[in-house]
Each structure stands twice: as C-alpha cells, then as structure tokens.
Design a protein around this ligand. Structure first.
Ligand code: CUA
Length: 260
C-alpha cells in the first residue's frame, strides 16, 4: 500500500472509532436510547382511557379476536396520546389511519406509541395482521372532536337508552353487522359457523354437555357475555368474547327475538 492508501485506511478507522465512541457516550453518559415501541409494562386485559390532565391521555387498548377494547375512544383536538397496546389472544396489528401510528399487539407484552391528534375527525383503527376468520372486520375508532366528553367516559359508544322494542331490534340489527356477528350467524336459517339466528328465540337448545335449555332472554344474554359456557351441539366453542354494553346485549336479544 502506498502512503495515500494508508492515510485513507487510518482516517476511516479514526472516523469509525469516533462514531463508536459517540455511541457509547450517548448510551452511557447521556442515557439516550434508540426509539422503541417495546415497554416492560405488565400486560393488561382491560381497555381504558386515563385523563392525565393538561390534554394528555393515556390509552390502554386491548386487541382481541376480533375487536379493540375500548371500541371507540373520544378525545378533544390537540390531545397528546400515550397509547399502550396489548393482546388478549393472538398477534394483532394496530394502525390508526391518517397517522404514522402502527404497532403490533403481541400476547404477553405491551407496545407503546406517543402521538398528538390535532385535527378533528374520525380515525379508523384497523388490525393489519391476519388474526383469523374475522380479521377483516376488526376495527376500532378514535373520534377527535371539540367538546368531546372526558375520555374516561368514552368507552361505551351507545350511552342513550333505546326506546321501544322495535327500535331496539333495529339497533340490534346494526350491531349484528358492526360487531361481526354476521360472520358466523346467519339470519335466514342457512348454515353458518355458529347457529343461525332465524327461529332461535324461544327454541329448545341442546348443548355439547348433554344439557338443554330454552333460548330465552337470559340464555341469549349469557351466550353473548360468556359465549363458550354452553356450546350448542354440533358447533365448536370458538365464539369470541365481544365487549358489549348491557344495552347492546339487550338490543341484540331484541333483534334475535324479531327473527323468531
Ligand atoms: Cu386482529 Cu387481524
């Protein structure tokens, strides 16, 4: 090697050493970490929104087959959000449209992102990791609106009471689609992954454990809350636990009743 080559190699080595030194200095003396979405927080199973004051909100989001909990989060514009994401079952994804928030929901761990929501509007939250049958329906929503109710009260989408059974049934019909019931349950008597809703109300149900029961309001409500406690003969125990408010359960029962 001639002199110029030696010089070039030495200079390159010196630059590398300088970079490495700077890296070690930043990591130790300045305590600077590389950006990460991984936390050492313990996994949680309940979604919630915590108002930290000063327009800062901590959102605990649980991904599960096939919904996000809370299904809807309402925040005022200018909210600074610390989002923590966990999964109740398999690996899911979370992407908030119109933002660069894109996380994985990994069972047994919590991933996090911090971001600001300045613009009013409805942001769809979608699962972008294939997680089973109803993956394509797994959606949540963040609503950014001035005067949005304090975020903690935001976990239920349907606050007002429905009036009359007809109205309940039509609300129930909407829930039947939005909650993804239609993925497995038909309403025309045809075969599905789960029992059809047609003629279900009031019928005699036979279960895999050999017991029978009449499909009354209490039974239907229980089946929605604890889907796999009693499994109808001939079906697999695979119904996901969908977070439903008391009112939503009532509306779905009224809808099923209307199909009898
Ligand atoms: Cu959850 Cu795909």
């Amino acid at each position: 090697m001639d002199r110029t080559e030696n010089l070039a190699v030495a200079a390159a080595g010196a630059v590398m050493a300088l970079f490495f030194g700077a890296l070690v200095y930043a990591a130790t003396a300045l305590d600077i970490d590389v950006p990460t979405c991984i936390t050492d927080m313990a996994p949680f199973s309940e979604g919630k929104v915590i108002d930290e004051g000063g327009n800062r909100y901590e959102v605990h989001m649980v991904a599960k087959m096939w919904a996000f909990d809370p299904p809807e989060v309402r925040l005022p514009p200018g909210s600074q959000v610390d989002l923590y994401l966990s999964s109740a079952d398999v690996t899911h994804g979370l992407y908030i449209e119109h933002t660069n928030v894109n996380l994985m929901a990994v069972p047994g761990s919590v991933n996090a992102a911090s971001f600001r929501l300045d613009h009013e509007g409805e942001y769809d939250v979608v699962c972008h990791e294939y997680c089973g049958l109803a993956h394509h329906r797994m959606m949540g929503k963040i609503v950014v609106a001035a005067g949005a109710a304090p975020a903690a009260a935001a976990t239920t989408a349907h606050a007002e009471a429905a009036e009359g059974e007809a109205e309940g049934a039509s609300e129930g019909a909407a829930l039947y689609e939005s909650k993804g019931c239609d993925t497995c349950h038909t309403t025309d008597g045809s075969e599905g992954i789960g029992p059809t809703f047609k003629g279900l109300f009031g019928s005699e149900r036979h279960f895999t454990d050999g017991s029978t029961r009449k499909a009354d309001e209490a039974y239907l409500a229980q089946s929605m809350r604890d889907p796999n406690a009693l499994v109808v003969d001939g079906f697999d125990p695979m119904m996901p636990e969908e977070p439903l408010t008391d009112e939503e359960v009532e509306e779905l029962v009224e809808y099923i009743e209307s199909l009898s």
